[in-house]
Design a protein around this ligand. Structure first.
Ligand code: NAP
Length: 706
């Protein structure tokens, strides 16, 4: 930026998005900026090499977080690149601002945005507008909306405003048409090009929701009238739901506390929601609608049929469009074996799968601690029902859309809808007059995300397969609704592997179907250390145990190999064993009879002297959590505090934590702080700082899952 002309010609927005929110916000900022006469572009962070980063004058970064404050997958390359920059003046010409999307329920709130700011400053950048840190716990919009509103006067000071575009929205939309290919089962995809004029019919200010809801579709809706209680409604709704859509009673289901059965495919269409209009006077305003769509899609027909097997070449995956971002190459893996790890009466049903990767051995290396992604398709029945509702069917005429966005006066009604955890399909079933053009729907939907799983085996024990453990996501919405719901990936894997329910019987499979998977680069050092002498304290309740099975297999195999090559004899064996640090495992389940995952393996590791200490917290045992009785892993950690402190401080043990980012990670962190206070005579602040140092020095390594 020259001194005479201090303002920049243009800006750049870089976004990092895990579920699509940050991307959507970034693209909206770009559109509004262009509307206001600024010129610039918007890119995902990992495309940083497509811009001349060192020459950027005005940078707006929008980022969400994943895990416990880690960068989203599509920013990993960018962060790696930033780390390597040595010049402290790299960003000396750059004025920047950052919008972070985080959640205060996690320990490291908005860590990615904070790390970015620190790095940009270290590299010579300067702030032109104070960062915004939005909190999903209280609603992102309460920070995002004012932050975006105040961005404009700040941007005006650093960026040149050119002539306002005439009819900018349409120009932007027209210039950003993207092609989306959709394939029809029967090879008869319909092209559904919709003009802009056909977009939205909006409920006007002062029109009441009541009026809107009682349209011609009234008879098919369940509406709670003022002063009627939800309870009554729920009972009524069962009859109502029993109409043309799938109802609870027509499904082959058991309740979520009986995890053995899930409905078969084709029975998952969804049901109408209960609409509670009690206490609603009138609609005050329409909000929460995208101001303007960011990109328009055009549906094109694909010629080839859906392939049931997938080859090595990503381009030949018809069901994985090019805009799906994966950090590494996608390849196909067959499910070679399945085992149900839980008892039929367990609260959650956990499966262990083995995925055959032997055809890719030359290109794939993995270590215990690595994670890979699975690209699961949406449920076909669900998608086709949705498409039909949206008029992607020659027989059905195009209709207009009514979107009610209830804020202010309608917030309670909106929340009551939200409590029912509606799927997209259910929203359209419930509000049949909402007819969104399919292309517009694709515009506003976040991209379909891969699902990630920890590898639960060591390549030294089985290099031809990737083992995983996961809970089949199947549950009922809260009472009084109690409507069954399913996840996407795990019910799909469950179905592909034969919906096995017998506990702990490994069943080999000969399925020809390959599922698309890809390896996730291991950025956080969550891997079994090369130095076998290092003692490990592993903490992983529930499916958080998965990577540690790999750790234990790995250490055992290495020990056995060493034992074999050493001189035979008890003394030699002892010498070998001394070269292996102690392994401690803290595991948590609800009931040892029902959901003690990998019980036999873990007890085997103890018997064979691989695992020095196995501590199991049983959360639903009689009296658990009462009168000092342990309930969770953190309680056991506190009990063994002295030994843990000695292992870490005297023997250099590493602490690994895997599992839930929200409750467990915080509980374990607090327990470690308490141990430091007690054992090292520190105050709370010193103890927290020390833990933070351990994180940075990779002595306390966590793989946390939101
Ligand atoms: P889970 O079955 O829900 O829970 C396991 C145990 O943890 C239960 O005894 C539960 O007790 C207890 N628990 C509940 N709240 C806790 C808290 N605040 N602190 C400590 N323990 C607590 O576990 P899960 O569903 O398997 O969850 C494990 C997590 O690991 C998930 O977030 C999952 O995504 C993640 N993960 C998955 C993989 C994978 O590859 N599939 C790998 C690593 C991690 P109560 O319910 O009785 O309170």
């Amino acid at each position: 930026m020259s001194i005479v002309q201090q303002k920049s010609e243009n800006y750049i927005i870089l976004y990092a998005s895990q579920t699509g929110n940050a991307e959507w916000i970034a693209k909206n900022i770009q559109q509004e900026a262009n509307e206001r006469g600024y010129s610039g572009e918007c890119r995902v962070m990992d495309e940083y090499d497509k811009v001349d980063l060192g020459k950027i004058e005005v940078l707006i970064a929008v980022t969400s977080n994943t895990g416990d404050g880690d960068p989203p997958d599509n920013a990993i390359k960018f962060f790696r690149f930033l780390r390597k920059i040595k010049s402290k003046t790299f960003f000396e010409n750059t004025k920047f601002t950052i919008l972070g999307l985080g959640d205060t329920n996690y320990t490291n709130f908005n860590n990615t945005a904070k790390r970015l700011e620190k790095k940009f400053l270290e590299l010579g950048g300067s702030v032109f507008y104070e960062k915004g840190l939005a909190d999903d716990a209280t609603g992102l919009e309460s920070v995002v909306d004012p932050w975006v509103a105040n961005l404009w006067p700040a941007l005006e000071k650093v960026c040149i405003k050119k002539n306002k575009k005439s009819n900018g929205q349409i120009e932007i939309i027209a210039s950003s048409v993207a092609n989306i290919s959709v394939m029809d089962n029967k090879n008869n995809l319909q092209s559904n090009k919709v003009g802009l004029e056909n977009s939205l019919t909006i409920v006007k200010k002062d029109e009441s929701i009541k009026t809107t809801a009682t349209t011609s579709e009234k008879s098919s809706l369940t509406i709670v009238k003022k002063n009627e209680s939800i309870k009554t409604t729920a009972t009524t709704s069962e009859n109502t739901i029993n109409g043309d859509t799938v109802s609870k009673s027509t499904l082959n289901l058991r309740k979520s506390d009986d995890a053995t059965l899930v409905p078969i495919r084709g029975e998952r269409k969804g049901s109408k929601l209960i609409i509670d209009l009690s206490d609603l006077e009138s609609v005050t305003q329409l909000t929460s609608l995208p101001r303007i769509p960011t990109t328009l899609c055009k549906i094109t027909k694909l010629d080839s049929e859906i392939k049931k097997t997938l080859s090595n070449d990503r381009d030949s995956f018809p069901s994985i469009p090019s805009f799906v971002h994966t950090p590494t190459r996608v390849f196909g893996a067959k499910i070679s074996a399945v085992r149900c790890l839980t008892h039929p009466n367990a609260l959650k049903r956990t499966l262990h799968l083995e995925l055959d990767i032997k055809d890719h051995r030359d290109n794939i290396e993995f270590v215990p601690g690595d994670v890979f992604g699975i690209l699961a398709p949406n449920d076909e029945e669900f998608v086709w029902t949705l498409l039909k509702i949206l008029g992607i069917d020659h027989d059905e005429a195009q209709r207009t859309i009514n979107i009610e966005a209830v804020e202010g006066a309608g917030i309670n009604q909106f929340n009551r809808l939200r409590e029912q955890l509606p799927t997209l399909l259910e929203l359209f079933l419930t509000f049949p007059s909402s007819k969104l053009p399919f292309e517009r729907l694709l515009d506003v939907l976040p991209p379909h995300q891969p699902r990630y799983y920890s590898i639960a085996n060591s390549p030294l024990v089985d290099a031809n397969n990737l083992h995983i453990a996961f809970n089949v996501v199947y549950y009922n919405t809260p009472e009084p609704f109690a409507v069954p719901k399913w996840g996407i990936c795990t019910p799909w894997l469950d179905e592909l592997s034969g919906r096995i329910t017998t506990t702990n019987i490994r069943t080999p499979l000969l399925s020809p179907i390959e599922i698309p998977i890809f390896m996730k680069p291991n950025e956080h050092g969550f891997a079994v250390p090369n130095d076998n002498k290092v003692p490990l304290i592993m903490i992983g309740p529930g499916t958080g145990i998965a990577p540690f099975i790999g750790f234990l297999q790995h250490r055992e195999k290495l020990r056995d190999i060493r034992r074999k090559i050493s001189t035979i004899g008890l003394h030699a064996r002892r010498e070998v064993d001394k070269q292996f640090g102690d392994l401690w495992l803290f595991y948590g389940c609800r009931d040892t009879e029902k959901d003690f995952l990998y019980k036999d393996e873990l007890e085997g590791f103890v018997k064979r002297g691989v695992l020095k200490q196995l501590e199991v917290a049983v959360s639903r045992a009689p009296g658990a959590g009462e009168l000092g009785k342990p309930k969770y892993v953190q309680d056991l950690i506190r009990i063994r505090g002295k030994e843990i402190y000695e292992l870490v401080s005297k023997k250099g043990a590493l602490i690994f934590v895997c599992g839930d980012a929200k409750g467990m990670a915080k509980g374990v962190n607090d327990a470690l702080i308490d141990i430091l206070i007690e054992q090292a005579n520190m105050d709370r602040v010193e103890a927290s700082k020390l833990l933070l140092n351990w994180v940075q020095e990779k002595r306390y390594i966590r793989d946390l899952w939101a």
